[in-house]
Ligand binder design. Structure first.
Ligand SMILES: Nc1ncnc2c1ncn2[C@@H]1O[C@H](COP(=O)(O)OP(=O)(O)OP(=O)(O)O)[C@@H](O)[C@H]1O
Ligand SMILES: [Mg+2]
Length: 765
C-alpha cells in the first residue's frame, strides 16, 4: 500500500480486495482468512486515498461491539475518528434511518423500540382482542410466525393468502392488527427496524435517491447471515451506484433459523452482475492442527461450494479430545486446562468456553468459581433485562414518547401506587374508545373524567401524570442521568426498593449503574437529526446485543454460546457438550438442512481457536434436572482419532480413597495407565494433572452452605456408613436441601438426608 498510511499487512488477494475500485465486490473466504481485516482496510483506504468522505460510507457489522472496534481500527489507520460514517448493525442503522424518516411510516422521531417482551405484550392483547386462544397458541409462537414473515418481507396481505395451518391462520389475525397498534403507540418492533426502512426505500423515491447519493459506498461483514429484509436494504441503497463490498463465508451461515439465507451469496452475483469475486485462502488465526480439523469437519457437508483454506501458523498442540464422566467433570477438567494455559504465560481473557445452549453455562460457572478463575458470561441475563432497569427505562420511554402504552403499563406500577391490572384495563378500554394513548386517558381520569375510579386512584393518577409531564418538559434540556435521578427520587422508586431489604439494595446498585452509563453515553448521530440525548440513550439501551456487554479490559475467561462467538478469536477455546442431541441439537436429526447448519456451527466454534483447542463431551449430563446418558457427537465420527490428544476424566470408584471421606464431595480425575486399558484410543500424557489436596472440603470452606454439592435424581452416591445408593428425590434448597436415597443394602433401604450433614459423595461405578 502506498502513501505511508499505517495500514495492516495484507497478502496479494487481500490487497486486491482492498484496492478494488468502484463496482460490486464479493469476498467469499473461510474463517480467519482476514475478511474483516480486508473490510476495515478498505474503508480506511477509501477515505485516506480515494478521497471518499466518512459520511459517504455505510458499513454493516454483526454486533455493535464489532462496529465500535471497526470504527476504532479505521480511526487508527487514518489518525482521526471517521466522523459521520455510519457503521453499525442492520438494526442500528435501520433505527437511525427510521428516526430521520419516521413520518413516512406514521411515526415521529421520538418513536420507541419495543423489545421482545413489549412486543409479546402487544401480541397477547391482540390475541385476546381477536379471540385467539392463548392456551391453544403460545403468544411466542404467534410472534415467531409474524417475525419470520417480516424478515422474509412477507406483508400482511400475502401472509393471509398463504396461511394454511391453524397457527398461521391465528397469526394472520394478529398480524393484520399489529401495525396499526404499533403505530398508535408510536412504536416499532425489532423486526420493524429492518422492514420499515425497506418499505420507506421502496415507496419513497426521494428518500432512496437521497440515501443512494449520500452513501456512495456500502460494506457488509458476515454477509452469509443476512436475511431477505437485510439483503433488500443493501440492494435498495446500493442498487444505483453498485459500490457495494460484501464479505462472508457460506460455511459459517448459522442463522438460517432466523431467516438468513445463504442464497444471498448466490443472488449477489445475479443482482450485481460483473461483481468482482475475491477468494482468500490463507488462514492467519489457527495452527495447522486446528485448521485441519475444521476443514475435515466441514468437508462432511454436502451443500457447500467448497473452498481452500491453508494454514500460515505452524506448531502448537494437537487438538485435545476430552471424554468426561459427566458434565461436572467436563467443567472441572476445562477449568484445569484453563489454569494450565495460564501457567504457560497466557491471559484468561485470551480463553473462551463455548457451548451450544445457554443452559450449559451453569456448570462452568461453578467450576470457575471453585478454582477462583475470573470469568464473564455473555448473553445470560442482560443488564438491560433486569427488573429495575426495565422499570426505569419504561419511565424514560414514557417521558420520551407519551404514546408508548407498554411503557405506561410498566411505569404506572413501578413503584406500586394502587393502580393495578384491573385499573389499567379499565383505562385501556377507555383509551381504545377515545382513540388516545393510556397516558392521556390517565390525565383525564385524574381530572375525574373517567367513570369508575375512586378518589384515591384518581389522586394517584394525578401525581403520576403530573410527574411524567414535568419530566417531559425538562427532557429537552436535561441530561439523561439527571432525568433518571429525578425519576428514582420523585416517583418513590428508591423508597420502594429500600423497603425490599438486601435484594432491593442490590437492585439500587444496578440503578446507580444505569445512571452512570447514562452519564457516560457519548452521542454521535452523524449530524443526521437533531435528536434529544434521551432518544439516543433509549435506542442504544434497546439495541445492545449480548456481546456488547463485554467489557474490553478485564482479564477474565469468556463463556458464551457458539452463535455469540461468531467473528471472534481466542488463543484457547473449549468447545463443549459435543454429544448427539445437544450438539447437534436433537431436532437437527429430522432435517438434513438443519443438521448441516449445526455442522457449520461446529466449524465456527473450532475456527475461533488460535492455538489451543479442546473438544469435550460427557457420558452423562444433567438436563432438566435429570441425569441422562449421552454419546459422543456424530460430527466427530469418521474423523481420524489420531489427530486428537485423547484425554479422559475418571471418578473414583469409592469414597474411601479420598483423604477426608465424610466431609468431602466431588471427585478427582485420575488419568492413570490402568484405566486406559478399556480405552481404545491412543493417549498421551494429560495436559493437566489432578493436584493433590485440591478437592474442596466443607470444613475448610467458610461459605460451605453455598458450596454444597447438588444432586440429581437417578445419580449414584456413596455414604460412609450406608454405602452406595441411588438418589430417588431431591427437595429444598441451600442449607436445607434434602435428598431421598435408595441404598443398595436392603437392610438400610430408603433414607432421607440433609445434604449439608450427610457427607454424601457422588459415586462413579
Ligand atoms: N495478511 C495478514 N497478515 C497477518 N495477519 C493477518 C492477515 N490477515 C488477517 N490476519 C489476522 O488473522 C486473524 C483473522 O482475521 P479476520 O478476523 O479478519 O478473519 P475473518 O476472515 O474475518 O474471520 P471470521 O471468518 O472468523 O470472521 C486476525 O487476527 C487478523 O488480524
Ligand atoms: Mg470476520
Amino acid at each position: 500500500m502506498s502513501g505511508g498510511t499505517p495500514f495492516p499487512t495484507l497478502n496479494p488477494a487481500q490487497r486486491a480486495a482492498v484496492e478494488h475500485g468502484d463496482g460490486p465486490l464479493l469476498v467469499v473466504a473461510g474463517a480467519g482468512s482476514g475478511k474483516t481485516r480486508v473490510l476495515t482496510a478498505r474503508i480506511a483506504r477509501l477515505i485516506a486515498e480515494r478521497g471518499v468522505l466518512p459520511q459517504e460510507i455505510l458499513a454493516v457489522t454483526f454486533t455493535n461491539k464489532a462496529a465500535g472496534e471497526m470504527r476504532e481500527r479505521v480511526g487508527r489507520a487514518l489518525g482521526e475518528d471517521p466522523k459521520g460514517m455510519w457503521i453499525g448493525t442492520f438494526h442500528g442503522i435501520g433505527a437511525r434511518l427510521l428516526r430521520a424518516n419516521a413520518e413516512r411510516v406514521g411515526r415521529t422521531a421520538e418513536y420507541t423500540i419495543y423489545d421482545e417482551d413489549d412486543t409479546l405484550g402487544v401480541i397477547k392483547r391482540l390475541m385476546e382482542k381477536h379471540r385467539v386462544s392463548t392456551k391453544e397458541f403460545a403468544p411466542k409462537a404467534i410472534n415467531g410466525e409474524i417475525s419470520s414473515a417480516k424478515n422474509a418481507l412477507v406483508d400482511v396481505a400475502e401472509y393471509e393468502e398463504l396461511a394454511r395451518t391453524p397457527l398461521a391462520k391465528a397469526a394472520a389475525k394478529v398480524y393484520c392488527d399489529l401495525e396499526p397498534t404499533m403505530r398508535a403507540a408510536n412504536a416499532v418492533s425489532f423486526d420493524d427496524l429492518l422492514v420499515l426502512p425497506v418499505r420507506i426505500l421502496r415507496e419513497h423515491e426521494d428518500v432512496r435517491t437521497r440515501l443512494a447519493r449520500r452513501f456512495r459506498h456500502v460494506l457488509v461483514d458476515e454477509y452469509q447471515d443476512t436475511n431477505r429484509a437485510q439483503y433488500e436494504f443493501v440492494r435498495l441503497v446500493a442498487g444505483e451506484h453498485r459500490n457495494v463490498a460484501v464479505v462472508g463465508d457460506d460455511d459459517q451461515a448459522i442463522y438460517g433459523w432466523r431467516g438468513a439465507d445463504i442464497r444471498n451469496i448466490l443472488d449477489f452475483e445475479r443482482d450485481f452482475p460483473s461483481a468482482t469475486v475475491v477468494r482468500l485462502e490463507e488462514n492467519y488465526r489457527s495452527t495447522a492442527a486446528i485448521l485441519e480439523l475444521a476443514n475435515n469437519v466441514i468437508a462432511e457437508n454436502v451443500g457447500r461450494r467448497g473452498k481452500t483454506l491453508r494454514p500460515t501458523r505452524s506448531g502448537g498442540d494437537k487438538v485435545a479430545l476430552l471424554e468426561a464422566a459427566d458434565d461436572r467433570d467436563e467443567a472441572e477438567a476445562i477449568a484445569d486446562a484453563i489454569q494450565d494455559w495460564r501457567r504457560r504465560g497466557h491471559r484468561y481473557s485470551d480463553a473462551a468456553v463455548l457451548y451450544r445452549t445457554n443452559a450449559q453455562s451453569r456448570g462452568f460457572e461453578e467450576a470457575m468459581r471453585k478454582q477462583a478463575i475470573p470469568y464473564r458470561l455473555v448473553g445470560a441475563t442482560r443488564f438491560y433485562d433486569r427488573r429495575e432497569v426495565r422499570d426505569l427505562l419504561a419511565w424514560l420511554r414514557l417521558v420520551a414518547n407519551p404514546q408508548d402504552d407498554e411503557a405506561f403499563r410498566r411505569a404506572i406500577q413501578a413503584p406500586k401506587r394502587g393502580i393495578g391490572d384491573t385499573s389499567v384495563e379499565l383505562l385501556a378500554v377507555e383509551a381504545a374508545q377515545a382513540g388516545v394513548p393510556l397516558l392521556e386517558i390517565a390525565r383525564r381520569a385524574a381530572r375525574g373524567q373517567v367513570a369508575g375510579l375512586p378518589p384515591a386512584k384518581r389522586e394517584s393518577l394525578d401525581i403520576f401524570t403530573t410527574l411524567v409531564d414535568r419530566l417531559r418538559e425538562a427532557a429537552s434540556d436535561t441530561s439523561v442521568d439527571r432525568l433518571l435521578v429525578e425519576i428514582v427520587e420523585k416517583s418513590g422508586y428508591e423508597v420502594a426498593l429500600r423497603a425490599e431489604g438486601p435484594e432491593g439494595l442490590e437492585r439500587l446498585e444496578n440503578v446507580r449503574e444505569l445512571v452512570t452509563s447514562a452519564a457516560e453515553t457519548i452521542i454521535d448521530d452523524g449530524g443526521e437529526v437533531g435528536l434529544r440525548p434521551l432518544d439516543h440513550f433509549l435506542q442504544r439501551a434497546t439495541l445492545v446485543t449480548a456481546l456488547d456487554q463485554l467489557g474490553p479490559d478485564a482479564d477474565a475467561v469468556t463463556m458464551m454460546t457458539v452463535h455469540t462467538a461468531k467473528g471472534l478469536e481466542y488463543g484457547f477455546v473449549a468447545v463443549t457438550g459435543l454429544e448427539d442431541g445437544l450438539f447437534p441439537l436433537a431436532r437437527a436429526f429430522d432435517d438434513p438442512d438443519t443438521l448441516e447448519e449445526e455442522r457449520r456451527l461446529l466449524y465456527v466454534a473450532i475456527t475461533r481457536a488460535g492455538e489451543r483447542l479442546i473438544l469435550s463431551w460427557a457420558h452423562q449430563r444433567r438436563r432438566n434436572g435429570e441425569l441422562l446418558p449421552s454419546i459422543r457427537t456424530s460430527f466427530l465420527r469418521g474423523l481420524d482419532d489420531r489427530q486428537f490428544d485423547a484425554q479422559r476424566t475418571v471418578r473414583l470408584r469409592s469414597t474411601t480413597r479420598l483423604a477426608a471421606p465424610p466431609r468431602e464431595y466431588g471427585y478427582r480425575r485420575r488419568p492413570t495407565a490402568d484405566d486406559s486399558a478399556d480405552f481404545a484410543r491412543p493417549r498421551s500424557a494429560p495436559a493437566w494433572s489432578p493436584r493433590e489436596g485440591r478437592v474442596p472440603s466443607f470444613v475448610a470452606d467458610e461459605e460451605a452452605s453455598q458450596d454444597l454439592p447438588s444432586f440429581t435424581k437417578g445419580e449414584r452416591v456413596s455414604h460412609v456408613k450406608f454405602g452406595s445408593g441411588t438418589i430417588a428425590e431431591v427437595s429444598g434448597g441451600g442449607k436445607d436441601a434434602k435428598v431421598t436415597v435408595d441404598f443398595d443394602d436392603e437392610a438400610i433401604g430408603r433414607k432421607r438426608l440433609v445434604i449439608a450433614f450427610a457427607g454424601l459423595t457422588r459415586a462413579f461405578e
